[in-house]
Design a protein around this ligand. Structure first.
Ligand SMILES: Cc1cc2nc3c(=O)[nH]c(=O)nc-3n(C[C@H](O)[C@H](O)[C@H](O)COP(=O)(O)OP(=O)(O)OC[C@H]3O[C@@H](n4cnc5c(N)ncnc54)[C@H](O)[C@@H]3O)c2cc1C
Length: 372
């Protein structure tokens, strides 16, 4: 029987960041990844934005980890020469009745410790971004973008340099609790079985299946499962804005926004559609382009007609679907579920990329927590 000290399930940005942190602390780490390549799901299907921490409920994991993770991510990129850009962003009130949301957002950000937002009027906004039409806006100086593949490869390189291994094409299918530790059944070509002392579930959209596959894990500790799909549309031409442009958010998402990437490309999205029942479906239809154009034209009136083409999509894993309450990340550690050496994560949607390094620190600490 193969033995390893710590298994991390999932080679997305979260699993790789955790593996790096644990390996640096001296753990002998194996990452199990179901796909034949790393980061094929949510970690390669996001807006690549370093979020400031404006929107999330004060005191939530998303708020706390975003603030901490943003600082760590900027520092990491500077130290390791991972390409990033502190683009800034404008949150725009396109219509008069959206203006009331600006002080609410500013107060929420302040409560989260984001103290650098600037409330600007329409003239000031247009002087920054001449193509924009709005009634007023918030300038967020600390928002930026990062080269996500470069960030993930850098984390992986460091994890491997500290001795971590990645097993690709290795879906975790079943877990049996042992006296101290776990027996894992892996669905690779060799039907590998291995023992480990610690297990971290960082399987993203697959986190619920992994939790259900742990024999003896209390089913009532597995949260609701919701998949919220977001699609992007793009067009050719030169980027119309220097800063990222977001409308004021609605109850369930940040709204269709404009982001740039490190390669000079730009796109609009993501929107939000729940997949019922939750399943992975990355198909896209061109017919949504009209809705996208109408949405963007509210703050970019000169958007050329019928120029948008589908440009990818991603799926947000969520533990709550309630328009009146934000879903949060969920971490279950030994005192929560009573199983030593096990940390389960659910609902690591946006801003998970921004939070990755801070989540890695948190999980490392949670893993050590005794049951009582
Ligand atoms: C539309 C959208 C836009 C976003 N934009 C941003 C943004 O701009 N900024 C930001 O900070 N965050 C953003 N996010 C959030 C961010 O992308 C995620 O929080 C982050 O990528 C989650 O990473 P992960 O490692 O948890 O998940 P994933 O990248 O999905 O990785 C999970 C891995 O687990 C593997 N796996 C699953 N089941 C098993 C199994 N049984 N055995 C082995 N392996 C398994 C999967 O194959 C996958 O590789 C966005 C998300 C979405 C959907």
């Amino acid at each position: 029987m193969n033995e390893v000290q710590t298994v991390v399930v999932g080679a997305g940005v979260i699993g790789i960041a955790i593996a790096r942190k644990l390996a640096r602390q001296g753990h002998d780490v194996l990452i199990l990844e179901a796909e034949e390549r790393i980061a094929q799901h949510t970690s390669s299907r996001n807006s690549q934005v370093i979020h400031a921490g404006i929107y999330y409920e004060p005191g939530s994991w998303r708020a706390k980890l975003c603030i901490a993770g943003k600082i760590m991510l900027y520092d990491y990129c500077k130290d390791r020469h991972v390409p990033f850009e502190n683009t800034q962003k404008l949150i725009v009130a396109a219509e008069e009745n959206h203006l009331t949301k600006i002080p609410v957002l500013m107060a929420n950000a302040e409560a989260n410790g984001v103290n650098d937002l600037i409330h600007i009027n329409a003239t000031e906004a247009v002087s920054l971004e001449p193509a924009l039409a709005c009634r007023g806006a918030i300038l967020s100086p600390s928002t930026g973008i990062v080269d996500v593949p470069a960030f993930i490869l850098s984390l992986l390189g460091e994890a491997k340099a500290e001795g971590a291994f990645v097993a690709l094409g290795s879906p975790l299918e079943r877990v049996v609790l042992q006296n101290k530790g776990f027996e894992l059944y892996v669905g690779d070509s060799d039907c590998t079985r291995l023992n480990c002392k610690n297990l971290v579930n960082a399987a993203g959209l697959g986190a619920w299946n992994v939790a259900r596959s742990i024999e003896g894990f209390p089913p009532m500790d597995i949260p609701e499962q919701h998949f919220a799909k977001g699609s992007w549309f793009s067009m050719t031409g030169s980027a119309p804005f220097e800063r990222l442009i977001y409308p004021v958010p609605d109850d369930e998402s940040l709204g269709v926004h404009y982001t740039r990437d490190m390669g000079g490309g730009f796109r609009f999205g993501p929107d939000l559609k729940y997949l019922n029942p939750p399943h992975v479906d990355y198909a896209m239809g061109v017919d949504e382009s009209i809705a996208f154009e109408n949405s963007v034209r509210r703050w970019w009136p000169d958007l050329p007609i019928s120029m948008m083409q589908p440009d990818g999509c991603g799926i947000r894993p969520r533990v709550l679907r309630d328009p009146n309450k934000q879903s949060d990340f969920m971490f279950l550690s030994p005192p929560d579920h009573g199983i030593e050496g096990l940390v389960q994560m659910f609902g690591v949607e946006s801003p998970g990329l921004t939070c990755a390094l801070a989540i890695a620190n948190l999980v490392t600490e949670l893993l050590e927590r005794p049951i009582n």
